[in-house]
Ligand binder design. Structure first.
Ligand SMILES: [Zn+2]
Length: 423
């Protein structure tokens, strides 16, 4: 197997602080990073290597920790809050995936759009139909994309077409898990939509399924809007809070993560921290649905690990650069200052940690998959003006997040396979 040298300026944040190296190279063999060092040293070590120079800045591939496969067509629909949004846009969009051909077309589009957005690994909320999930698993495997996905579990509070019994969900999940998750870079995720969509029996079955399979991950939604929190309190009057409902069914733990967590009490944050349960902050979606402002500093000081999600279709962009811009704004209005290293870490290594892929992706450490994104040094006059003033790679990355989005992504490399995106 031959070595390819990717050369340029590299910035990553494996531990939370930004670490940059100019005139550097990444040696890639069979889809993995075999060395990360100065260009001079690696050119000498691999004189025969094919050399690919990337102008601009190279960062690790983005890890989207919460994105919905069946919700592309509803992104950008006008004017609803969470619970109306589910009835009016989400459920009709998801019902279309009962048609296997539609699901297959959308799977190809979805994976292509993730790659175009610089996402190389993701935690993907699936849909209720096993055939549609097969199409997604196959397409992700073909693209070499890593992460986790699974069937959505839901047996109440939705249109009949999206509901399945607990037994059906468990059997279909077992089948998908054994067919698609023993090879490649995909793990299976059990995905109860959220408390109101699942009967107590179904939530308990999700907890039992998680315990029965040590490689399984779990993701759901928690405390996104105040109306939702009130609804859960009515459904479970004896529970101390929303988080307590998930805990009762064995759904907290180091393999579990929850999107949002905006309206949590100190006690709930303490339970998440004590059980090593993670939160996924989705600032674009939170702004869009008016759900509230997630206090990143408060969650972190309570000891809760946080990753970043686009939450498309409530989110308005699949590109985590756009999501970082909203993250920055949502934290700034709450008086939370963020370093560039923290921002880059959140969009890359934090998502890898959530997926149980700490040693697999998220930075340029040798041994990891060669998952990275090259950012364009120039795509419009505003950015070119800023770039010309940047005196560090951190400033360049920040400018790409504030002013760039998808147009800043020049190429995406997934497990060593580079796709160039013409400007
Ligand atoms: Zn979501």
């Amino acid at each position: 197997m031959s070595v390819t040298l990717h050369t340029g300026s590299f910035l990553h944040a494996p531990r939370g602080e930004a670490e940059g190296m100019a005139l550097a190279a990444l040696a890639v063999e069979a889809g993995r990073i075999v060395a990360f060092d100065s260009q001079a040293k690696l050119s000498e070590r691999y004189p025969e290597a094919l050399c690919i120079a990337h102008p601009g800045l190279i960062v690790p591939g983005f890890v989207d920790a919460h994105v919905h496969f069946p919700q592309l067509a509803m992104a950008g629909a006008h004017g609803e809050s969470l619970l109306d949004w589910l009835d009016r846009y989400t459920f009709p969009a998801e019902l279309e995936f009962a048609n296997a051909r539609h699901a297959q077309t959308r799977a190809r589009q979805f994976v292509g759009m993730l790659r175009r957005a610089g996402t190389t690994n993701a935690m993907i909320f699936g849909v209720s139909f096993p055939k549609a999930m097969r199409a997604l698993f196959e397409t992700l495997n073909e693209a070499g994309m890593g992460g986790a996905t699974g069937l959505v579990w839901m047996n109440q509070e939705g249109p009949d077409g999206l509901l399945s019994s607990t037994e059906e969900c468990r059997a279909a999940s077992e089948a998908l898990l054994s067919e698609f998750c023993s090879v490649g870079s995909l793990r299976y995720a059990v995905l109860p939509r959220f408390v109101p969509s699942c009967s107590p029996k179904m939530l308990q079955a999700a907890g039992d399924f998680l315990q029965a399979h040590p490689d399984l991950l779990l993701q759901s939604h928690l405390s996104e809007s105040l109306d939702e929190v009130k609804w859960v309190q009515q459904l479970y009057p004896k529970a101390t809070d929303y988080t307590d409902v998930y805990e009762q069914f064995g759904l907290l733990g180091r393999r579990s993560s929850y999107a949002h967590g905006i309206h949590l009490s100190d006690k709930e944050l303490q339970r998440l921290s004590a059980t090593k349960t993670r939160l996924v902050h989705c600032p674009s979606a939170n702004l869009y649905l008016g759900s509230g402002l997630f206090d990143y500093r408060r969650a972190k000081s309570a000891g809760v690990e946080v990753a970043l999600g686009s939450d498309v279709g409530a989110g308005t962009s699949l590109c985590l650069l756009d999501v970082l811009r909203d993250f920055y704004g949502v934290q700034m209005v709450q008086g939370n200052r963020l370093s560039v290293g923290e921002m880059l870490h959140l969009a890359t290594q934090a998502g890898a940690d959530l997926l149980g892929m700490t040693d697999e992706t998220g930075s340029f450490e040798p041994g990891k998959r060669a998952d990275f994104v090259a950012l364009r040094p120039k795509w419009d006059d505003l950015f070119a003006a800023r770039w010309a003033q940047c005196s560090s790679m951190e400033e360049q990355f920040f400018a790409a997040a504030m002013l760039g989005g998808t147009s800043a992504i020049a190429s995406t490399t997934i497990a060593g396979q580079t796709t160039v995106h013409p400007g």
